[in-house]
Design a binder for this molecule. Structure first.
Ligand code: BGC
Ligand code: BGC
Length: 851
């Protein structure tokens, strides 16, 4: 099947996609991570790229001379990237790390309101410590990397552009380049050298929490945008590369992050190798050809093998075949997820081709020491370390880090009025206008004459945090209020100023309770901010089980008020009821700080004409049902509600039915059994002990504190069960948990029970409870004692109706631990096969019939 999107004006018939036809098995070479394997066969469809930044003899000579003088300690330090919350300036002086980062929501001195000068002070201190050779003998400048993923989003007052999904709707690569340039300037105004963008994931299953970081489900757009953003950040053939206006760019996350099964964050991608290239690697074709100097390895696996340890993909494909000569940085402790590795030690990753370990957390120190020892022992060949350091130094030389003055003396550090300046905000506002997709405009309700009486309702109306989504000041984008967005504008702000100037009136009432009956109501609502796995959901229904926004829309339309819905979301969601309840409906995505872009398009002058039309078109297919996942334009049976590329303009007079199906299919057939533990915890769950507000994670076959001990034990095969022993009077907790909440509402709705096999070896203290947890102080519990006492020392299967926990208020949309046990003193049990089984609540051992 061919990609042929006529309206997108992309050269037709780019390549052939084998997604729904042949499925050649993964070549065994592709799965091998065996170092001894020499000449690996890389299929011809992986191209040799024509890379804009060429090998330069002078650069290579300088790098070789630097390398020749370095000690092994100095070299290893180049490969370690710690995070600002876990190192001091003195650590930098002592070790001379090649780079460091601030994670999402990490600020100078942990101060969210840090000024640009505070940021520059950190950059300056770290830089000076890195070039101070008094302790480590090295003068190599460090570099600072940050997640400027929709503008310089960690910094108060920065211009926040629409998230990538909205940019994908614009189809305007020239504007992407302007956005990248503005972002680079704001980043440099804080003394930072390097950004971890663009994300070039081609998202296939919109249940993934990172869907909004993706431009489109169409790889052709991703390829084109990736080139444009890299040129905007690093420079292009006309302007030249790495001038005063440029930062280093990272294309991420290599590779296949958008194609995991069920859209699981950090999950497994089962594409064939050709699909991996054609669907998931197009952003690398665009971005690396444009000269991107860094590639970030992905958290995901390909056929069960984590990318951070994937020698074939990192080395044979990316470096050798495609010709990438920059460096590969890891993702946040991603090396620790490679089989046999921990955050503190992972020679496998460097041997596979990882050049820089992103080792956020205090693990940086043991990782540095272990890596050093592994090079000394030959476990990591010196030649591999030298190659990694050569790549890092090459990027530093190319980017001018050896010749630039210290951060505080650089051009942008000394310009006032860079962060959030008017010119940047104008670019963002244009992007907002162009990203809006009009899905419904019955009776030509839009545009709206600004002289009317307006009601603005919905919790997104005057909420810059909500309209900006995740990766906004904080990692998750939560905990912000309008005062945190210096110079920013809510959607209400923009409408208010135009309406008042035109002599209309406007009233803001989040819950729709107006004082004066309006001529028209604009209701702004949508998803709460989230990032990464926190945004994973199990089906696409908006506000499942809690349709407060639908109620608001219906309340207004029942009073005969025409309603315009403005939907804020990081992905297409099933909103048929909300579509039916509104006269006009706009998918606004996550527009960022310049909410006035909405007013620019929807308001008209006296003659009824708007200054701007809707030009945004869907970057992702819109679902007909909540369970229509994955849904993509190349599907053999493609039946979306709105196709990829859909979107109305003011001259289209299409009417959408007000009777779209509101039937929600039962999820039972999709949800049968969800396995939580089978031989081991099923990722992302892991086994943990929670004590004194600390979580200890089991990485090997045992874990112990003075109060509790967990070890693996044999039931039918080796180590397929856990043995848990409580040792003291203190009540301690064992749990299966994950760092991100899981959405288990489908299991609840499918009348599931929590089932597990348990053997009681001793129970001297009558105190054993099973918990399901939904965050701090959010849990439900069931006492197990009686059922257990009868059955000492033999295996039994127990099951508990999930309704027992729901009755206690457990929020099944965000389960951090689906199974935890508390007990004390001399209790010992064994556990295996923990799972959620659909349609079994009414036959469970423990039931809690609703009363
Ligand atoms: C950091 C983020 C990071 C995340 C990974 C957070 O604490 O601030 O930048 O992506 O952890 O787990
Ligand atoms: C994310 C990356 C990000 C990194 C640093 C990770 O959790 O996956 O996209 O660049 O954190 O914050």
């Amino acid at each position: 099947m061919k990609f042929s999107l006529s309206y997108f004006a992309i050269p037709a018939a780019l390549f052939t996609l084998s997604a729904c036809s042949d499925n050649p098995a993964i070549p065994s070479s592709a799965k091998s991570s065996d170092n001894s394997q020499s000449a690996t066969q890389v299929p011809d469809f992986w191209p040799v790229l024509d890379i804009a930044i060429k090998t330069d003899a002078g650069v290579e000579k300088q790098v070789a001379e630097l390398l020749a003088k370095m000690t092994i300690e100095q070299k290893v330090a180049q490969t370690i990237q710690p995070e600002i919350r876990d190192i001091t300036v003195e650590d930098m002086r002592q070790y001379g790390f090649g780079s460091f980062l601030n994670g999402g929501g990490a600020f100078p001195d942990n101060n969210k309101h840090a000024t640009p000068q505070d940021w520059i002070a950190v950059a300056q201190a770290m830089y000076l410590a890195s070039v101070d050779d008094s302790l480590d003998g090295s003068k190599i400048p460090t570099m600072w990397g940050t997640d400027a993923v929709h503008g310089h989003n960690n910094v108060i007052g920065a211009t926040l552009f629409p998230h990538n999904i909205g940019l994908g709707a614009m189809h305007n690569p020239a504007l992407i380049k302007e956005i990248a340039k503005a972002t680079a300037a704001e980043v440099m105004a804080t003394g930072i050298d390097w950004v971890f963008a663009p994300t070039v994931a081609t998202v296939q299953d919109d249940r993934w929490g990172r869907t909004y970081e993706s431009y489109s489900e169409d790889p052709a757009i991703i390829r084109q945008y990736s080139q444009a953003i890299v040129e905007g950040l690093q420079g292009d053939p006309q302007s030249g590369y790495f001038k005063d206006d440029n930062v280093i760019s990272t294309v991420k996350h290599f590779v296949g992050d958008g194609g995991t099964v069920k859209g699981d964050d950090q999950g497994d991608n089962l594409s064939t190798e050709q699909q991996l290239f054609e669907l998931h690697a197009q952003g690398y074709v665009g971005g690396l050809s444009a000269g991107a100097q860094v590639v970030m390895a992905s958290f995901n696996s390909w056929h069960g093998e984590k990318l951070h340890g994937h020698q074939y993909l990192l080395t044979d494909v990316l470096k050798k075949r495609m010709g990438f000569d920059g460096f590969v940085v890891g993702d946040w402790n991603g090396h620790g997820q490679v089989l046999g590795c921990s955050n503190e030690s992972c020679p496998q990753a460097m041997n596979a081709g990882l050049d820089v370990y992103m080792v956020a957390t205090p693990a940086w120190k043991p990782l540095y020491e272990n890596t050093l020892a592994q090079v000394k022992s030959g476990e990591i060949p010196l030649a591999r370390l030298d190659d990694a350091v050569t790549r890092i130094l090459r990027v530093k030389v190319r980017a001018g880090l050896f010749t630039k003055p210290a951060p505080s003396e650089r051009k942008y550090a000394n310009l006032n009025n860079v962060i959030g300046n008017d010119a940047h905000r104008a670019v963002a506002r244009q992007a907002v206008r162009e990203s809006l997709v009009l899905l419904k405009n019955n009776g030509q309700l839009l545009p709206l004459k600004a002289t009317q009486a307006f009601l603005l309702a919905g919790d997104g109306a005057d909420n810059i945090g909500k309209q900006s989504g995740g990766w906004t000041i904080t990692w998750q984008g939560t905990g912000n209020n309008n005062d945190d967005f210096l110079g920013g504008h809510s959607i209400y702000d923009g409408i208010k100023s135009r309406v008042e100037a035109a002599g209309g009136s406007i009233e803001l009432a989040v819950n729709g309770e107006y004082q004066q009956k309006p001529d028209v109501a604009i209701v702004v609502f949508g998803e709460e901010p989230y990032a990464e796995g926190n945004g994973d959901i199990d089906n696409l229904e908006y506000q499942r089980g809690n349709k407060t926004d639908l109620a608001l829309l219906r309340k207004l339309s029942a009073q005969g008020i025409p309603t315009v819905a403005i939907f804020l979301s990081g992905r297409p969601l099933w909103v048929n009821p909300e579509l039916n309840a509104s006269d006009a409906f706009i998918a606004a995505w996550l527009p960022g700080s310049e909410g006035q872009g909405v007013a620019d398009v929807i308001l008209a002058d006296d003659s009824g004409k708007a200054e701007f039309d809707f030009i945004g078109r869907l970057p992702f297919s819109w679902p007909t049902t909540p369970t229509q996942t994955p849904l993509n334009f190349y599907d053999a049976d493609y039946q979306p509600l709105f196709k990829l590329g859909y979107g109305l303009s003011y001259n289209s007079h299409a009417e959408l039915s007000n009777e779209l199906s509101e039937v929600v299919e039962k999820t039972e057939q999709n949800i049968q059994t969800k396995v939580l533990f089978e031989r081991s915890a099923i990722t992302p769950l892991y086994v943990a002990i929670n004590e004194d507000n600390q979580t200890l994670r089991m990485n090997s076959n045992s874990l112990m504190t003075p109060n509790i001990k967990v070890r693996t034990t044999d039931r039918t095969v080796q180590e397929d069960a856990l043995q848990i022993t409580w040792l003291t009077d203190q009540v301690s907790k064992f749990s299966l948990q994950s760092d991100f909440p899981d959405d288990l509402r489908s299991s609840l709705e499918a009348n599931s029970s929590l089932q597990f096999d348990i053997k009681l070896n001793s129970l001297s203290e009558p105190q054993i409870e099973l918990l399901i947890e939904c965050g701090d102080a959010c849990n439900g519990r069931v006492v197990l004692k009686e059922q257990l006492e009868n059955q000492q020392s033999s295996w039994q299967t127990m099951s508990i109706d999930l309704g027992c926990f729901a009755q206690q208020g457990v929020d099944f949309s965000k389960i951090y631990s689906p199974f935890a046990l508390t007990a004390n003193k001399d209790t010992q049990i064994e556990l295996s096969n923990i799972r959620l089984v659909a349609n079994s609540a009414d036959v469970a051992t423990i039931q809690c019939a609703a009363n």
